[in-house]
Design a binder for this molecule. Structure first.
Ligand code: NDP
Length: 227
């Protein structure tokens, strides 16, 4: 059975992605920051903790076929009011998390001659920018650069590396928006609705499928026509 690590799969989009992949027959390894009944528990911003937990899981159960980097946080506010902590929290979690999680996963994948998949969950904000999200957009845009570069380095081994850039999804952080902001966001979307987490899962599932073996170094947007 193909093993897939989905970070941040205790709730929100990651939980739905994990459930869908499990239903499709993958052996899903779930993860969260706090013990939420997940297989692995570590802070993705903590490099040593991430390496320790991932090394132990791989040593006990074997390398991953795929890694879905979904764990993320946002700390939205205007740049004028943004304190250093709000910048650091988001960049350390959403961008440094890429290095901290992918690094220990990659060599076991390569040495196992697995034609694997790495999928980073970026955001529409990382592609187009967004008011109140200078920190988040910077981290999510950083992921795009990391993905596009790593894709080139591992392409000859048949490993694909892509980012997905969801717009407003009806789960997790977007579900926390106040009603007025949500309605204004909905009106700005050509499809006039938020995406469903199942629609994100369906895209991840495609990227993990045999049919997507030639799709690499890309950012796939999923946003109801937002841009
Ligand atoms: P949620 O806030 O619902 O869930 C976040 C998940 O990430 C949780 O499982 C949480 O674990 C985990 N997590 C957060 N911080 C850390 C950390 N430091 N270390 C380890 N795990 C952590 O988020 P969403 O489902 O809304 O978002 C999932 C991803 O999708 C994020 O990367 C987000 O940026 C991206 N995204 C979301 C959109 C949306 O509209 N919802 C739109 C575009 C992108 P725990 O339960 O332990 O806190």
């Amino acid at each position: 059975m193909k093993r897939v690590l989905v970070t941040g799969s205790s709730r929100g989009i990651g939980k739905v992605v994990a459930d869908v992949l499990r239903a499709e027959g993958y052996a899903v390894v779930t993860h969260s920051a706090k013990s939420g009944g997940t297989d692995l528990v570590f802070d993705v911003a903590d490099r040593d903790a991430a390496k320790k937990a991932i090394d132990a899981d791989i040593a006990a159960n074997g390398p991953y076929y795929a890694v879905v980097l979904n764990a993320g946080v946002c700390r939205d506010c205007g740049f004028a009011e943004m304190d250093g902590e709000a910048w650091d929290d988001v960049v350390r979690t959403d961008l440094d998390g890429f290095y901290n999680v992918v690094k220990p996963c990659l060599m076991p994948m390569v040495l196992g001659r697995i034609r694997g998949r790495i999928v980073a969950v970026s955001s529409a904000s990382g592609v187009s920018g967004n008011r109140g999200q200078v920190n988040y957009a910077a981290a999510k845009a950083g992921l795009v650069g990391a993905v596009k570069s790593l894709a080139v380095e591992v392409a000859a081994r048949g490993i694909t590396v892509n980012a997905i850039a969801p717009g407003f999804i009806d789960a997790g952080m977007s579900a926390a928006m106040d009603a007025e902001a949500a309605e204004s966001a909905r009106k700005s979307i050509p499809m006039q609705r938020f995406g469903r987490p199942e629609e994100v899962a369906s895209l991840v599932s495609y990227l993990l499928s045999d049919g997507a073996a030639y799709l690499t170094r890309q950012v796939v947007s999923l946003n109801g026509g937002l841009y």
